[in-house]
Unconditional design. Structure first.
Length: 405
């Protein structure tokens, strides 16, 4: 990978884009593991700073929700300031935008603490900048760049933060070569983002004329283009919840102008420790619960979120308690979840006479299952699955087996 101001073009800007770090999140659902997860989140933020220094980027952007709330102990703010100071020491400029969790309200953490001063940046330099409602943009002459970031004094935006962002490249004096936007909000999706506090549309993004729009709020990395503007969500550098398998990254962005042509390259770089794996196991191939435990234990990893699904046709004598399996594996993974989506088999071979209890039972239940499975509705599918289990248990009982319910 190219580092620093190497010969990509005549005019080039490199930045690292992160967001949604959510330092200080409570993680009430994780119990005793909550403290460890908070440390993992800070470690991912530190890894993002390490990456920026290693790659010798010009600009470090935090697109909101650096903190999970505006109520944080001073030591947490000091840890962040120390990382910003490391960036400043490497001559990397930082621009921070309040989000919806750490919004710029009257009790904002950015009002309570002067992060710029704590990081060793002075009023006379532009090494650390916290965007506020009074500062919708900042010029960075050393980078030939302007950063636009409209911040509101409340969690809910009264209007789109892109409403007044329009780059006029023909204006005099001429604007900086690189025009960067930062927004913490949702990209509009009909019927899905109507209740979000801050929403922007692709049409608004296209109308800005920005070179790059750094987005925060969504915790999975993704990118796109609207008009001539490249936009991207960096996602959370470490998952805030253990089901966010698109998190764990920071974005390295290279803006280049050569021979009159502008290009924007966005690269995802892993910075979080958490990994995710989904495993489908054919229930017909399992010899029992000890076999399942042994297979999963072989994947033991304290940084792994493991999602296991039992599929296929389940033999009548396969007895698996998924809650018990999860409990026994709990200490071997960051999280493990086992779901049994296998189906008990229908009867094979000759069915006993309809005059017998077994024969009558099998014919009645399988007849009803056939009716339900011919109906594609969710309710019928669910009832059919339940009746397959009834069929399996009934066969076992009628054949003299003990069944635990």
């Amino acid at each position: 990978m190219t580092t620093g101001q190497e010969a990509i073009g005549d005019r080039m800007l490199r930045l690292l884009h992160t967001a949604d770090v959510h330092l200080g999140a409570r993680h009430a659902d994780l119990g005793e593991a909550a403290t460890a997860q908070r440390e993992r989140q800070f470690a991912a933020f530190k890894a993002s700073v390490d990456l920026a220094i290693e790659q010798k980027v010009d600009l470090f952007i935090i697109a909101g929700d650096l903190f999970d709330s505006n109520t944080q102990p001073r030591r947490s703010v000091e840890r962040v300031a120390a990382e910003l100071q490391r960036l400043a020491g490497a001559k990397i400029r930082s621009v921070l935008v309040p989000g919806t969790h750490d919004c710029y309200e009257h009790s904002s953490i950015y009002r309570a603490y002067d992060l710029k001063a704590m990081a060793g940046s002075t009023p006379d330099d532009d090494l650390v900048t916290v965007m506020t409602p009074d500062r919708p943009s900042i010029d960075l002459p050393a980078l030939d760049a302007t950063v636009h970031a409209v911040v509101f004094p409340s969690k809910r935006a009264p209007y789109s933060p892109l409403r007044d962002v329009h780059v006029d490249r023909a204006a005099e004096p001429r604007p900086a070569t690189w025009q960067i936007g930062v927004v913490h909000g949702a990209l509009a999706i009909p019927d899905r983002t109507d209740r979000d506090e801050v929403v922007v549309t692709k049409e608004e993004i296209a109308a800005t004329g920005l070179d790059y729009l750094a987005l925060g709020h969504w915790h999975s990395a993704q990118k796109g283009k609207a008009g001539t503007t490249t936009y991207a969500y960096s996602g959370a550098p470490e998952p805030v919840a253990v089901d966010q398998d698109g998190a764990g990254k920071a974005l390295l962005v290279t803006l280049d102008e050569a021979a009159g042509k502008r290009t924007v390259m966005v690269e995802e770089e892993p910075v979080g420790r958490t990994t995710f794996e989904r495993v489908d196991l054919d229930a017909a191939r399992l010899k029992g619960q000890p076999d399942l435990l042994a297979r999963l234990q072989a994947k033991a990893n304290p940084d792994l979120v493991l999602e296991v699904r039992l599929t296929g046709v389940r033999p009548d004598d396969l007895d698996v308690d998924t809650s018990e399996v999860e409990d026994q594996l709990k200490g071997s993974f960051l999280r493990v979840r086992v779901r049994d989506q296998s189906m008990p088999a229908l009867s094979e071979g000759a069915i006993p006479s309809a005059d017998t209890i077994t024969g009558a039972f099998i014919r009645n239940v399988e007849g009803r299952i056939a009716e339900l499975e011919a109906d594609p509705s969710d309710a019928s599918t669910l009832e059919a699955a339940e009746l397959r289990d009834v069929l399996r248990l009934g066969r076992l009982l009628l054949n003299g087996h003990e069944v635990s319910l």
